[in-house]
Design a protein around this ligand. Structure first.
Ligand code: NCD
Ligand code: ZN
Length: 344
């Protein structure tokens, strides 16, 4: 096979940030995706309909000329979020709400501390048909960072899913066999996104031969048996697992730092990286469902009408990209080769 044409894909989890950088991040994603679920962890976070719609307008203004790319907006849940906030958000076109346990990751200090106090909010989300997007890690200091996803499933995720069987839940950027199994065993209202880095890498890629800050993301890369389980699940192709890059730009200086930021900027090679993985798995026939069908189906949105074509062509990812403010950023997989390229 030398070309591969699929229904235009969507990215069901990414970070655009705000301000000047939008011309960089929105263009990168609009290159191959028709829609994207835009994470709300700005500083300060996007906590109501008005802020979400203002942010949407800034994203639309940053699109390249002729682009029909559509951002799908989300709300950042805090201890102060009310059922009324959810109804107003839904009415204004906000698509989903994101639950970050406080302190779980970049800019999540404002997030939820008491999950059970959020149950009235989840109740309204269930009746409004608004998906709950969950960063599934506990943040207790005494829990090992490699165990935080598994402990979250046991202590929190299983309770939420049991208490709200009609709530659509996306277990975001899953990293473990435990999470994959949890989603497989759950009802059809529970799905998961999987990033390119968690399919391509394991914690050796973070730590062997020296610390590799550009491979540091949250949830952190796990041992190779977990990577193998995620690869197996996308190879087998159930509709509960779909594409979410978690592309999250941080300037080079913020990553190559004594306290380096978590996040991989994968937008410029996103669909190619997934094609690369699916080819390694001898499962290119499963790429379209994962990248272009299952996410839309789960969210209850129409599948895209257009197509994209990937060409088998080896290319090397650039070592650096310049941000609009003149600072360099190192893209995920910099300097490495991928075997498919999006046809312009
Ligand atoms: C994300 C970011 O930089 O905003 N970082 C990351 O490592 N994935 C936040 C997140 O999704 O956890
Ligand atoms: Zn994210």
């Amino acid at each position: 096979m030398t070309t591969l044409t699929i229904c235009t894909p969507d990215d069901w989890h990414l970070h655009f940030r705000d301000g000047d950088i939008l011309t960089e991040t929105v263009a990168a994603t609009a290159r191959c995706f028709q829609r994207a679920i835009v994470m709300p962890n700005l500083v300060p976070p996007v906590v109501n309909a008005e802020q979400a719609m203002a942010y949407k307008a800034r994203i639309l203004a940053a699109r390249p000329a002729q682009s029909t790319f559509e951002p799908l907006m989300t709300l950042f849940l805090t201890n102060a979020t009310t059922p009324e906030d959810i109804m107003a958000a839904k009415a204004s076109g906000v698509v989903a709400a994101k639950l970050y346990p406080a302190g779980a990751t970049t800019n999540s200090a404002a997030a939820v501390t008491d999950l059970e106090a959020m149950y009235p909010v989840f109740e309204v989300m269930a009746t409004q048909g608004m998906p709950l997007l969950i960063h599934g890690e506990v943040t207790d200091h005494h829990i090992d960072i490699f165990d935080r996803e598994k402990v979250f499933i046991d202590q929190k995720m299983s309770k939420i899913v049991e208490a709200f069987p009609h709530l659509k839940v996306v277990f975001e950027h899953i990293t473990t066999s435990d999470a994959a199994q949890f989603v497989l065993d759950a009802s059809d209202n529970v799905a998961a996104t999987i990033t390119p880095q968690h399919l391509l890498m394991n914690r050796n890629d973070l730590l062997v031969g020296g610390v590799r800050p550009h491979n540091f993301c949250l949830p952190v890369l796990k041992r190779n048996t977990h990577q193998a389980a995620l690869r197996q699940v996308v190879k087998s192709g159930p509709a509960k697992f779909f594409l979410g890059t978690d592309s999250a730009p941080h300037a080079k200086e913020a990553k190559e730092n004594a306290c380096g930021c978590a996040g991989c900027y994968s937008a410029w090679s996103a669909i190619e990286l997934y094609a690369h993985v699916f080819e390694e798995l001898d499962a290119l026939d499963k790429l379209e469902g994962f990248a272009s069908h299952y996410g839309a189906d789960f969210y209850g949105l129409p599948r895209n009408e257009g197509t994209i074509t990937l060409v088998r062509e080896e290319w090397t990812l650039p070592d650096e990209i310049m941000l609009p403010d003149g600072r360099p950023i190192v893209p995920f997989f910099a300097g490495q080769k991928v075997s498919w390229k999006l046809q312009a």
